[in-house]
Design a protein. Structure first.
Length: 517
């Protein structure tokens, strides 16, 4: 068992008339972390899926340790020592964490000695940077916890080549640093080679040894990290337009919104209590306010009640106690209230939480107002108006779909997100509740969506932004609160925020202080 040397030679993959990979040659040295950068659709995921046996290239070669291999299936890839954490979850939803880990091994016996296996899994978890409840099921886990389980599945198999497709998209910076530091140590110890897809320049500069940039299916830059910088990488990815996004990612926090300081409260939450999926208290007496013309950011490690709170606010989960008021009125998240009070939401995992998968893009875009003019007239639905507006929004938001009539489940995750954004950001907004709104998107798309969220604030709307990316909150929010163990434990103006102090509260410093007292 040792780290693998990987090469691709003029690898080409087509989907019909579309060339997703165009003669891509890549060399990854053993025992290194090699980053792949590129816009959505640049070919990154297609490339690694060819290496992992999920796709078969029409032309070119894949070499491991200097030997050419055909890799037609993921099973063969795994036999060669190749493991991959996919961008989208591949968990068995009805099985526990322990069962998902054993299932990943593919060599379970008909009768399982659970006492021995649990001891083995506990020993394995003690060597990893995070913990999960072995009895929990994926449906009970937050998105960040699901991502951790996907990574644990591969670490459990001890791969020689570990492919990570956006592994930190739903992790906090602290978790991301811990995870990437862990896999980098694996690589430097010669135990595995890491091929990392990421959109975050900070992760590339801090953890990768070398980087390759893909653009429109071609490799346009190969460099050692020591010899390059974010500006050069951005230029290779998208040209001059990348400079603005680099400035946003690496810039200082903005000044607090002057408009919000003396503005009316648009959202008020008091004493909110919400139960989790397993019957335990997930949100404990949470209280917060959002003013007009303000972005309030909620920071926290995944699984500390953020998902349950958002679901309770938008009407997807029952509240057991507490009050919610919008524009001074009691708010229970009914459809009529959403229209009258101008409340919009961008929930986590939009295909699951904000769409009907089998309906078309146009139909999903019409879910909020399909029965109102101009989409309906005299009690009759005007489907031509649905489709016409959908075409406008598809063009305005850059949604990549074969037509407005395509089922929304046929779109990539990023394009589902764009379609939901088009629907939710249309018209006047008093309150926008957004949870991880740029998950899985490339940095150019992130800049665009951030600009649209800022536009809501500039028009006088209040934004509640829940994000597991502290960098995103520091770039966007006027105030930041920290949520830990279901409670709001810290609040600070973004302009005065201290990253390390926020991180300590996210990690449970308040609990240690309370125990000491």
């Amino acid at each position: 068992m040792k780290a693998m040397a990987l090469e691709t030679y003029e690898l080409t993959k087509r989907f019909g008339a579309f060339t997703a990979l165009d003669r891509v040659t890549l060399k990854v040295a053993p025992g290194t972390v090699h980053a792949l950068l590129g816009e959505n659709g640049a070919g990154k995921s297609t490339l690694v899926k060819c290496i992992a046996g999920f796709h078969t290239a029409e032309e070119g070669s894949i070499l491991t340790d200097g030997r050419e291999h055909e890799i037609p299936t993921p099973v063969l890839a795994r036999s060669l020592g190749i493991g991959m954490v996919y961008q989208h979850f591949t968990l068995a939803p009805g099985m526990s964490v322990a069962e998902n880990l054993l299932l990943a091994g593919g060599r379970t016996t008909a009768v399982i000695d659970w006492k021995a296996k649990r001891a083995e899994l506990c020993a394995f978890l003690s060597t990893t940077p995070f913990r999960l409840d072995l009895d929990a099921r994926p449906a009970e886990l937050a998105a960040g916890e699901k991502q951790k389980l996907e990574l644990l599945k591969q670490l459990y198999l001890k791969p020689r080549l570990l492919i990570l497709d956006e592994p930190t998209s739903v992790l906090t910076p602290q978790e991301a640093d811990e995870v990437l530091g862990h896999v980098r140590e694996f690589a430097r110890a010669g135990l595995c080679t890491v091929l990392l897809i990421t959109h975050k320049f900070r992760e590339v500069m801090a953890y990768a040894d070398a980087v390759t940039v893909l653009r429109r299916g071609r490799a346009v830059l190969h460099a050692s990290v020591a010899s390059t910088d974010p500006q050069r990488l951005a230029q290779a990815m998208v040209g001059d337009a990348g400079e603005r996004a680099v400035a946003e990612e690496t810039g200082a926090p903005h000044a607090a919104s002057a408009m919000a300081a003396d503005s009316a409260t648009v959202l008020e939450v008091a004493g909110l209590r919400v139960m989790g999926d397993r019957g335990t208290l997930a949100v404990d007496a949470a209280a917060l306010t959002v003013r007009a013309g303000e972005i309030l950011g909620i920071a926290g490690v995944s699984g500390n009640g953020q998902r349950e709170m958002v679901e309770a606010l938008v009407g997807q989960r029952e509240r057991t106690a507490g009050t919610v008021r919008v524009m001074g009125e009691p708010y229970s998240a009914r459809r009529e209230e959403n229209h009258r009070l101008k409340v919009r939401s961008l929930p986590e995992e939009p295909l699951r939480s904000a769409c009907v998968a089998d309906l078309s893009v146009a139909e999903n875009m019409a879910l909020r107002d399909f029965d109102r003019a101009p989409l309906a007239r005299g009690g009759l639905l005007r489907f031509d108006a649905w489709r016409a507006r959908a075409r406008e929004w598809i063009a305005a938001y850059g949604v990549k779909t074969r037509s407005e009539d395509a089922p929304i489940r046929s779109l990539s995750g990023g394009n589902v997100q764009r379609a939901v954004l088009a629907r939710e950001l249309a018209g006047d907004i008093n309150v926008l509740v957004a949870a991880n709104p740029v998950f899985g998107l490339d940095f150019a798309a992130v800049e665009e969506i951030h600009a649209r969220i800022r536009a809501v604030r500039e028009r006088g709307g209040g934004v509640l932004l829940v994000s597991e990316d502290l960098d995103e909150l520091l770039a966007l929010a006027d105030r930041i609160v920290v949520m830990s163990e279901g409670r709001i434990v810290h609040e600070v103006a973004a302009a005065q925020a201290d990253r390390q102090l926020i991180g300590s509260y996210m990690g449970g410093a308040h609990a240690a202080a309370e125990q000491g007292a």
